[in-house]
Design a protein around this ligand. Structure first.
Ligand SMILES: Cc1cc2nc3c(=O)[nH]c(=O)nc-3n(C[C@H](O)[C@H](O)[C@H](O)COP(=O)(O)OP(=O)(O)OC[C@H]3O[C@@H](n4cnc5c(N)ncnc54)[C@H](O)[C@@H]3O)c2cc1C
Length: 386
């Protein structure tokens, strides 16, 4: 069985963390993954387990209830979880990098003190509301508005496809909204909306192709009144701040994708040994062995891409291009490996209860969420001056 951690290149604390999360993924997540997928149910007990392990606080300082780790530690955890259940992995990814991170990066002392310990504990989830019915890749097309009325913002509009926005433990959604404009150029700001605010509604959950155990809703805002002090970061900097969060988030999605790609390799190696056809293991056919070898190469190459982007980010260097490359190649590796693994499993690969079938359905969104493949290519091209 392939095992990147056994190469011993990771510093010990990272390696230990990854191995701990791997045990949790195999012992706690894997046994209930097919059930939650089939029932489209949110895995509260798994999320509570991740909270107990401190995973929601991984990259935050201890003063905010975090584990004092860093973003690479989060990525390693996402890779291990992504191997066995992408829904669980995206719940952690969105909770940390989209729900809590904007408050850590751009919040004032009061906002951090109020929200971070809660979110880092994993007992509450935050969500990130950027996408709207008419504004996805072109996120600057935001139509949701926030108007100052005395010492309150009044928010009206809608968001769509928002992860973690309607669970029983969701406490806030950070949204982008138009707060003004000059010469036809929109001023976009970011505002924290506690989910118990009157006028805020998480509409019924979507019926998705995959990520069935992940929580995704359209949101509506009908004269939602929140205190003016809920503005997150500088007024008018909302769009730029969200882009920074998305740059980081792409490294996390790449890590999750590498997990999916590697999970498909591991399942395929096992099956290629076990499954007999024409009197021998199917893996003894070079056509199958080559297919799995290529899958391993894709996962390995994508892993080095996200390690590189994370290293640049943590050393304070520019990482936009490398994050886009990592997201591009890792999401494609996951989708390609899921397709190949399903082929190797034959008819069983088309049965929903098999992990490779879940990866086949789940992996498509990796090429769409947090910036589509085309958006990554646009970003890379721009960084090349094109
Ligand atoms: C399960 C799920 C969870 C999500 N979670 C969140 C979340 O938590 N928060 C959030 O804010 N959003 C979330 N999203 C939204 C996601 O980020 C968007 O769906 C994605 O950014 C694409 O936007 P869109 O769907 O509007 O597609 P569009 O932007 O309409 O794109 C449609 C197609 O056109 C292509 N395209 C667009 N512009 C160009 C161009 N200039 N050149 C070439 N091709 C182009 C795109 O690549 C795509 O193939 C989620 C989506 C899903 C499905």
């Amino acid at each position: 069985m392939t095992d990147f951690l056994s190469t011993g290149t990771l510093p010990d604390e990272y390696r230990q963390l990854a191995l701990t999360v791997r045990d949790f993924a195999n012992q706690v997540v894997a046994p209930v993954a097919a059930k939650h997928d089939a029932e489209h149910s949110f895995p509260y007990e798994v999320v509570a387990g991740m909270a107990d392990m401190g995973l929601f606080g991984l990259p935050f300082p201890e003063e905010f209830g975090g584990m004092g780790g860093d973003y690479f530690a989060l990525c390693l955890a996402l890779e291990e979880l992504g191997k066995v259940d992408q829904s669980v992995a995206i719940t952690l990814e969105a909770g940390v990098s989209l729900g809590a991170m904007p408050i850590y990066r751009f919040g004032n002392d009061k906002q951090k003190a109020e929200w971070l310990p809660l979110l880092a504990s994993g007992r509450a989830l935050g969500a990130f509301g950027l996408t709207e019915p008419g504004a996805g890749s072109d996120a600057g097309g935001t139509r949701t508005t926030a108007v100052l009325d005395g010492d309150s913002w009044i928010i009206n509009g809608s968001k769509q496809f928002i992860t973690n926005s309607g669970t029983d433990i969701t406490r806030l959604v950070t949204v982008t909204a138009v707060t003004g404009g000059v010469d036809g150029k929109k001023e976009i700001s970011t505002i924290i909306v506690p989910t118990d605010t009157p006028g805020f509604t998480a509409e019924p959950a979507y019926n998705k192709v995959g990520w069935n155990a992940s929580d995704t809703h359209p949101l509506s805002f009908d004269d939602v009144r929140v205190p003016a002090e809920n503005l997150l970061g500088e007024r008018g900097r909302g769009y730029a701040n969200f882009l920074r969060i998305l740059d980081e988030g792409r490294i996390a999605i790449a890590a999750l994708s590498v997990g999916a790609a590697q999970g498909c390799v591991d399942e395929s190696v096992r099956y290629a040994h076990d499954r007999q056809a024409f009197g021998r293991a199917i893996g003894s056919n070079q056509a199958i062995a080559f297919k799995i070898a290529r899958m391993e190469a894709r996962a390995h190459a994508a892993r080095t891409a996200y390690y590189d982007a994370a290293a640049l980010m943590l050393s304070g260097k520019p990482f936009k291009k490398e994050a886009a490359i990592a997201k591009l190649v890792a999401s494609e590796a996951a989708m390609d490996n899921a397709r190949d693994a399903t082929q190797i499993f034959g008819g069983y690969g088309f049965m929903n209860e098999y992990a490779v079938a879940r990866h086949y359905r789940d992996s498509k969104i990796l090429e769409i969420g947090e910036g589509t493949t085309e958006v990554q290519l646009m970003l890379i091209g721009r960084e090349l001056g094109l």
